[in-house]
Design a protein around this ligand. Structure first.
Ligand code: A3P
Length: 296
C-alpha cells in the first residue's frame, strides 16, 4: 500500500497564516467544508500534548473498559485524523471520517479558527488537551526527527527558535492553547492538561467519563487507568504506532511513546534557553489566566 518513495518530509504551506503540511493546505477546501454530526466527538490538541493518550482513554471509556475491543485496530484507524492527507491512494482523514458509522470520534490538531464551522453549528463536544510548552517543544523536536513525513527539525538550538516563531506544523503553540482556552465556555469544550492526567489519571479519566455522560464503575475505571498507563501504551502495538513502516516513523531514531514525563525539558534546555523561552512565554500569554505546570 505505502511504499518508501511515497513518503518525503513535507513542506509547510500557510492556511490563513497557519503553517500546515502542504498536502493538507492543498485540500483545505474539503476540510473546511467537512460535515460534522451532532453526535461527533472531537479530540483536539496541539501536537505532542498527549493526543494518543487521550484517544486511548476515550476509546476505552466508549468500549466500557474492554481492552480487547480497543485492540481491534491501530489508534489512527479507530479515530480518524481529520486534516491528515497521506499520499494517494490512502484515504484522507476527512474521507475516513465520512465513511465511519456514527457516533464518531475524530482527532484534529487544528487551531480554533480553522476548525470546520459545522462542528460549531452542530454543537459538537470537544476534548482539548494542553501540555506545557517546554515539554511540548522537546517532544515535538524528537517527533520531527523520527517522523519522515514532517520537516527535518535541524539541531535542537535551531529548532527552539523555529518552535518559538511558530514555524512548525500547526503553527504557534501559544496561539493554539490560548485561543482554545478563551473558547472553552462558548462551546461544549472540556479543557484538560497533560500534567493533570499524569498527576491524577483516575480523577481526570472520571472527568472525561462525566463529560461523555458515562458512569465508570470502579473495576472499569481501574482497568482504564491500567490500560492507558505509559508502560502499557508503550508496549501496545495498537497504541504505539509500531504498525507503521519505519520509512514513515523511524522508532530507532526516537520512540513514538518516548518518555511520557513532566519536566523532561530540563534535560534538553540550557539555562539560557530556558530563560529566553520563559520571556517569550510571558510575552505571548500576557493578560491570559492560562497557567501550566512544568515540573511535578
Ligand atoms: P514524550 O515525547 O515527551 O515522551 P501525541 O500523542 O500528542 O503525539 O503526544 C505524544 C507524547 O505523549 C509523547 O511525549 C508520549 O510519550 C506521551 N504519551 C503517550 N502515551 C502516554 C501515556 N500513557 N502516559 C504519559 N505520556 C504518554
Amino acid at each position: 500500500l505505502l511504499t518508501p518513495d511515497m513518503v518525503t518530509r513535507c513542506r509547510l504551506a500557510a492556511v490563513r497564516g497557519v503553517p500546515l503540511p502542504s498536502d493538507t493546505a492543498q485540500l483545505w477546501g474539503r476540510i473546511w467544508g467537512f460535515q460534522a454530526r451532532p453526535d461527533d466527538l472531537l479530540i483536539c490538541t496541539y501536537p505532542k500534548a498527549g493526543t494518543t493518550w487521550i484517544q486511548e482513554i476515550v476509546d476505552m471509556i466508549q468500549q466500557d473498559g474492554d481492552p480487547q475491543k480497543c485492540y481491534r485496530a491501530p489508534i489512527y484507524q479507530r479515530i480518524p485524523f481529520l486534516e491528515l492527507c497521506p499520499p494517494r491512494p490512502l484515504p484522507s482523514g476527512f474521507e475516513a471520517a465520512a465513511a465511519m458509522p456514527p457516533p464518531r470520534t475524530l482527532k484534529t490538531h487544528l487551531p480554533l479558527e480553522l476548525v470546520p464551522p459545522s462542528f460549531w453549528e452542530q454543537d459538537c463536544k470537544v476534548i482539548y488537551v494542553a501540555r506545557n510548552p517546554k515539554d511540548s517543544a522537546v517532544s515535538y523536536f524528537h517527533f520531527q526527527r523520527m517522523n519522515q513525513a514532517l520537516p527535518d527539525p535541524g539541531s535542537w538550538d535551531q529548532y527552539l527558535e523555529t518552535f518559538l516563531a511558530g514555524r512548525v506544523p500547526w503553527g504557534s503553540w501559544f496561539d493554539h492553547v490560548r485561543a482554545w482556552w478563551d473558547a472553552r465556555d462558548k462551546h461544549r469544550i472540556l479543557y484538560l492538561f497533560y500534567e493533570d492526567i499524569k498527576k491524577d489519571p483516575r480523577g481526570e479519566i472520571q472527568k472525561v467519563g462525566r463529560f461523555l455522560g458515562r458512569e465508570l464503575p470502579e473495576p472499569v475505571l481501574e482497568t482504564i487507568v491500567e490500560h492507558t498507563s505509559f508502560e502499557r501504551m508503550r508496549e501496545n502495538p495498537m497504541a504505539n504506532y509500531s504498525t507503521l513502516p519505519t520509512f514513515v516513523m523511524d522508532q530507532a531514531v526516537s520512540c513514538f511513546i518516548r518518555k511520557g514525563l513532566v519536566g523532561d525539558w530540563t534535560t534538553q534546555f540550557t539555562v539560557a534557553q530556558s530563560e529566553r523561552f520563559d520571556a517569550e512565554w510571558a510575552r505571548r500569554l500576557e493578560g491570559s489566566d492560562l497557567r501550566f505546570c512544568t515540573r511535578l
